[in-house]
Design a protein around this ligand. Structure first.
Ligand code: UD1
Ligand code: CA
Length: 464
């Protein structure tokens, strides 16, 4: 059976006090809408339709592999679903409808909703949770297990005030039944809006089986309406992820002060020290020691790697390497096995060979560095002439003396030796030494002469 999903993401989110649409705001360094869409992708739904409206382009720009429909005026959640009418109305299958502002929902919970819907032969199923009575959520009205309707908070009668079972904004429908019912929704309510929730009452009146799938964990579906709830969602997701990693055998020293994204994969017996932000599609291997205070975005780290106080993005680190403190690696660096990279080293687009070292204060950009190369303190690959970036090549076993400038394009060949303080502008051949600095001159006794001169000047000044 085909599964379709409609994600409601057209609203402005007035209470966010923001120019951005609500669903573009980030929870744990990822926009809300991507959280929802990524879970749907992971579940393998056949088609996902995202309803966009307010500042639609900002949403479209960050979401891939979905169909967008436009809701020009935001006339309510029911009206939002109606925008998918032409695309879906004739299709056989199941459609789940999700509020785009509930980013913490898990694919397991959505699958649970679908399974429950199927097993019970329902035409409509609403996900519910027992909540605090102060919440302005829609209330589930039941007769036995049949849900006869959902009443919005603003439309509640006094006799319905005590109902704790509430609508969390995730639904599952027989697709055709949904689009038959959606046509009958009116704006006859306190907010003069078309409510998706009315579909439930309409289906019930039409004699269809409508039921509620009750879940336990409210944190997963709470919905975000302002920036306080946004921060709380990050906090809640952070702890959920960290606890999962702990249970899987990863050592996180401080679960409150470690931020690991939802897609991040971490291997066994790895330790994460406090202050780390690990996001994007980062993968960390087994037996690594990460942190304190690292920021990684889309980094692949193999086994037995040690990294502290460093910022790394879009790069690969092979096993046995140690990095930091205070290294910065960005844009397609490939750091091979058993490299030692230390204090205040920056690399960009560098392929840095096995067993090579750059222990202190170095910039290597647009470079290919071979195996067992030693890069002395203060070395700079001079890769930019103000207009073009050029390549620096350093071959196996070369030794680059401290404080050298390698003016690219330039190649230092195998086993070559660069004397400290050189500015190298020409290729250096295999086994050769490159030296490019002013020759040293020593003048006997001259220090004394300089001292006497200084003292004389001082006395003259004093006399005026
Ligand atoms: C909705 C439910 C309420 C439920 C609550 C759970 C309705 C009428 N009410 O209320 O029963 O308890 O969620 O969080 O559905 N949206 C559009 N187009 C619109 C209006 C909204 O796409 O015209 C989108 C919003 O961007 C948002 C989602 O729908 O992602 C929910 O809208 P929101 O206004 O936050 O609904 P609630 O008032 O929270
Ligand atoms: Ca909401």
């Amino acid at each position: 059976m085909k599964i379709y999903a409609i994600v409601l993401a057209a609203g402005k989110g007035t209470r966010m006090n923001s120019n951005k649409p609500k669903v573009v705001h980030e929870v744990l360094y990822k926009p809300m809408i991507n959280h929802v869409v990524d879970e749907l992708k992971a579940m393998g739904v056949d088609e996902t339709i995202v309803v966009v409206g307010h500042e639609a382009q900002q949403v479209i720009d960050i979401v891939d592999d979905v169909t967008f429909v436009h809701q020009k005026e935001q006339l309510g959640t029911g009206h939002a679903v109606l925008q998918a009418y032409d695309l879906l109305k004739d299709k056989e299958g199941i459609t789940i409808v999700l509020n785009g502002d509930a980013p913490l929902v898990r694919k397991e919970t959505l699958q649970g909703l679908i399974d429950y819907h199927k097993e019970n032969g329902n035409q409509g199923t609403v996900m519910s949770c027992d909540c605090d009575l102060s919440l302005p959520f829609g209330r589930i009205i039941k007769e036995g297990s049949q849900v006869t309707g959902i009443v919005e908070f603003k439309d509640l009668l006094e006799s319905q005030n005590h109902i704790t079972e509430m609508n969390v904004g995730e639904y599952c429908f027989d697709n055709k039944a949904l689009f038959e019912a959606i046509n009958k929704v009116t704006t006859n309510n306190a907010q003069n809006e078309y409510y998706i929730t009315d579909v439930i009452g309409i289906m019930n009146n039409d004699g269809l089986k409508v039921d509620a799938y009750k879940i336990e964990d409210f944190n997963e579906v709470g919905g975000i309406n302002d920036r306080v709830q946004l921060a709380e969602a990050t906090e809640s997701l952070k702890l959920r992820i960290n606890k999962n990693h702990l249970l899987n055998g990863i050592n996180i020293i401080d679960i409150n002060n470690t931020y690991i994204g939802r897609e991040v994969v971490i291997g066994e017996e790895t330790t994460i020290e406090p202050g780390c932000i690990i996001k994007g599609k980062t993968v960390i291997g087994n037996h690594c020691h990460i942190g304190p205070y690292c920021e990684f975005d889309n980094v692949t780290i193999k086994d037995n790697v040690e990294i502290k106080f460093s910022v790394i993005s879009d790069s690969i680190i092979e096993s046995g390497t140690d990095i930091g403190p205070y290294a910065r690696l960005r844009t397609q660096c490939h750091i091979h096995e058993n490299v030692h990279m230390g204090n205040f080293v920056e690399m960009k687009k560098a392929d840095f060979g096995k067993g090579s070292k750059a222990a202190h204060l170095t910039y290597i950009g647009d470079a290919i560095v071979g195996e067992n190369v030693n890069i002395g303190c203060g070395t700079i690959s001079v890769n930019y002439d103000g207009k073009n970036k050029s390549l620096t090549k350093i071959e196996d076993n070369a030794f680059i003396g401290c404080n050298s400038n390698l003016v690219a394009p330039v190649t230092v060949k195998k086993n070559a030796f660069i004397a400290a303080g050189s500015t190298i502008t020409k290729d250096v051949e295999e086994d050769a030494m490159g030296i490019a600095r002013a020759k040293q001159v020593n003048k006997d006794g001259y220090s004394k002469v300089l001292k006497e001169r200084r003292e004389k000047k001082f006395e003259e000044k004093k006399k005026g």
